[in-house]
Structures are given as structure tokens and as C-alpha cells.
Design a protein around this ligand. Sequence first.
Ligand SMILES: Cc1ncc(COP(=O)(O)O)c(C=O)c1O
Length: 332
Amino acid sequence: MRAAIAAAEVGDEQKREDPTVNELERRAAELLGQEEAVYLPTASMANQIALRILTEPGDELLAEENSHILLSEQGGPAVHSGLVTRPIAGTAGRFSPDDVRRLMRDRTSMHMARTRLVSVENTHNSSGGRCWPLEEIDAVVATARELDLRAHLDGARLLNAAVATGVAAAEYGRRFDTVTLCLSKGLGCPLGALVATSSELAWKARRMKHLFGGAMRQAGIVAAAGVYALDHNVERLADDHARARRLAEALHEAGVPIDLEQVETNFVQVDVEPLGLTREEALARLKEHGVLLSTTVWPTKLRAVTHLDVTDDDVDAAIDAVPRALGAFARA
Ligand SMILES: Cc1ncc(COP(=O)(O)O)c(C=O)c1O
């Protein structure tokens, strides 16, 4: 990837003269089943631009209550697009057509905000990197269409879902009006994301890219990392998933509280509450044993992530260290 970055052909991307950015956008649009894709610095910006181009101020956004868009983008839907947000109580990050139907506001009302957009997150971060089955996405999007709602897919980790389920990313992506993809997570780029959509909406997205301060210059320097990642780092996501599964099963066997059903991609969530620890105590003990986990939206759950810098040996080391650090007892 460093070599690809060093060799990148560049131009002024604001004038659409950067061949590497153009190539990345062309590849991403095809991958995500859309007409065009717009290169952006981050997936948060990609999500926020998608919301902005699909709505008017005062519209209402429906999204799962623990979705990144609602929880981790600092109220961006209200700040950047003037949206009212309505959380949907989900299970494993998913919700049903009935949920959408139930929450839909009366369009004939002179008083209520107009429900306009439904957002789906796949994989779903806070539920532990879980995937949406394609049939469930189909059902939710069909209901959205019937109700004249627009549909956004926060697919920051869509390629993890595609690799885990065997469903092509384009099959998920083409069903939506807008799709976000992040390059700086499992794909291993230093930065970068895309929002993919129709050509008509992509024009609006390019205008918003300027407004949001995301229009760059010789961005081919970093877009080259994205092209490299699409060539080399997609299929290997299966290795991350296999390592996460091995880690989860071994830790569970050693008595570490893990819900194995949750482990569908590259996250393993550890609940430290049954061990009588706070997450701060657990993090400190893990650090002493050389293992770094992160916090989650759940007060007692920590997250282990496998990615392209985590090897089989690292997983073995974690399998050895985590139960000792947390004082877990073998189930056997
Ligand atoms: C589902 C989801 N969407 C969007 C983002 C935002 O990504 P970025 O940090 O590139 O803005 C994240 C980050 O964790 C995420 O998990």
C-alpha cells in the first residue's frame, strides 16, 4: 500500500482531474451497485452528506437506536441537515418493516415533521459487527418505497458483511438511494470513504463535499491506498472473521463472558460485568497483560477487533492473556 501511495498518479481532484481518485470512484460505484461514487475523507462525512442530499430541513430520519449515525456523529443529522431523528428499537442492529410502518408520521398532518428517510447499518457496529440478511433488507426497503421514504445504507463495513454472507456488496448497495463505504477500517487505508448514489444525486453530493470542507487537491496520494485495498484487502477479510471466531470460541471456553452468536464478522464483545469488573478496571488489567481492547456503547462491554495487523500469533497471545488478565475461570 505504501508503494502504491508513493507511485500514485495525481491531479486536482476538485476539477475531477485526479486519475487515481477517478479510478477509485469508478471502482467503488461498481462495487456498491450505484452509478457514481464520491471520494471523501471519512465515513462520518459520507453519512452526513448522504442525509443532506436525501432530505429537507425539518424532515424526520428513522434509524436504529444504537446506529453510528444516531450515536456517534455528534447530532450531525440535526446540525448539518436540520433533521428530526427517531430511534428504532432494534435487535442485533436490525429492525422490521412493521417498525418502519409504526413510526411513519401522518403525511397529511399540518403539524408533524415529515418522515422522509430510513437508514440501515450493515455490518452494525454497536451490536458487534452483525450482518443484515438480504431478505430483511429487501423487506425494509420495499416498505420504505411503499411509504415514499428514501433509504440510506451506512455500509462503512459493508465488505465485511459481503464476505461473511457471500452476498455481493452491489446486491446490498443497489437497493438503496445512497451507500457509504469506509476505507480506513478493515480495508486498512490511512483514511478515506465513499458515498455512492445515482448520477443525479452524486452531483449534489459533490457540491456538499465542498460545503462540508471535504474537497481536496492531489487526493490521489491517499486514493491510491483505496484502489490498492480494493485489489488486495477485500477477500482477506475472511481471515479476520476466522480469527475473531477462533478468539471468541477459545475465550468463551476459558470462561470469558462472550455471546458467541454475536460473532459474525471481525468483532468480539466481552461483557466484564459477570466477572465483577468495571470496564475501566478490565481495560487496565488487559493493558498490563499486553492486550488493548476498546469500549462500546454498552457500559460493561469491551470490544476486540481483528484486522489486517492482527496475526494468528497475536490471537494466540490474546487467548492466553485475556482470561488471566480478567480472572476468568474455565467452563470445563
Ligand atoms: C457504522 C459506522 N459508520 C460510520 C463510521 C464513521 O467512520 P469514520 O471514523 O471514518 O468517520 C463508523 C466508525 O466507526 C461506523 O462504525
